[in-house]
Design a protein around this ligand. Structure first.
Ligand code: NDP
Ligand code: 8X3
Length: 252
């Protein structure tokens, strides 16, 4: 069986890390990206037991760095079959009138512009071989705005639109494009949103069963292992305890 190569952004924790772990055990060569080099080094050491791993340390906000890093890939990693556009976070949870412009910049620059830059850098290689698979990690926040989340939700609605637009523009090229939109997943997401306040972050996942990063990794793996003619275009997934962005069956 041909070994495929996947580039995963945001591979240093949460959904990206779980996806890297699952891919590594399924004969997929990995290009793992993130800003925290110490973590990338440790993950590379762990996953190299199962597959070949190359790491790229860059901030998705910096378009020159994105392009330079993708261009720097050694020949054996340069033909990317699968791109998982996963890097992203929420920054803050505030009413619009109290929201921080720096938080807004971070969410738009990382979740939207970062995804565009990485896709733009990886796409020429896929177009050259008329095959590839782009998985965009959106959110239930893309589908339904919740209080104090206007800018994060807008950034994920943009991911939803970009996903649809890319699929339209790439139709006929042999490249699959699809989005997975998770509800609440227990990762470092809330720690980032609440700027390191672990107690506040932990409360987000208290009193019910949230999704786990492995659940999303399994869905991503399912999507990339469908037959050639099948594309999972848009998939929303929530924990059994979640019914909408704001309705969660908490026991306390
Ligand atoms: P984590 O905080 O655990 O992971 C976020 C990842 O994104 C990290 O690996 C981080 O790496 C990377 N990242 C963040 N900012 C940048 C940046 N500027 N440049 C490069 N990489 C960056 O959160 P999740 O795993 O939960 O989040 C992954 C994706 O899933 C995000 O797009 C998020 O919006 C989405 N999502 C999460 C949900 C949840 O409830 N957890 C639900 C729905 C969607 P590093 O810090 O090393 O750069
Ligand atoms: C992350 C899940 O509900 O915090 O996208 O927006 S939520």
């Amino acid at each position: 069986m041909t070994v495929k190569t996947a580039l995963i952004t945001g591979a240093t924790s949460g959904i990206g890390l779980a996806t890297a772990q699952l891919f590594s055990k399924n004969n997929i060569r990995l290009i793992l990206c993130g800003r925290r080099k110490d973590r990338l080094d440790a993950i590379q050491k762990e996953l190299s037991k199962f597959t070949e791993v190359h790491t790229l340390t860059f901030d998705v906000r910096n378009k020159n760095e994105v392009i330079k890093n993708v261009k720097s890939l050694p020949k054996s990693f340069s033909k990317i079959d699968i791109l998982v556009n996963n890097a992203g976070n929420a920054h803050g949870l505030d009413n619009f009138q109290e929201g921080s412009i720096d938080d807004w910049d971070a969410m738009i620059d990382i979740n939207v512009k970062g995804l565009l830059y990485v896709t733009k850098a990886v796409l020429p290689g896929m177009l050259e071989k008329n095959s590839g698979h782009i998985i965009n990690i959106g959110s239930t926040a893309a589908k339904e705005v919740y209080p104090k989340g206007s800018v994060y939700c807008a950034s994920k609605a943009a991911v939803d639109s970009i996903n649809q637009g890319l699929r339209i523009d790439l139709n006929g090229t042999g490249i699959k494009v699809g989005a997975i939109h998770p509800g609440l997943v227990k990762t470092e997401f809330s720690e980032v949103r609440f700027k390191g306040n672990k107690d506040r972050a932990d409360k987000v996942y208290d009193g019910y069963q949230p999704l786990l990063p492995q659940d999303i990794a399994e869905i991503i793996y399912f999507a990339i292992t469908r037959p050639k003619h099948v594309n999972i275009a848009d998939l929303v997934v929530m924990s059994i305890d979640q019914a909408s962005s704001t309705i969660v069956n908490k026991k306390q």
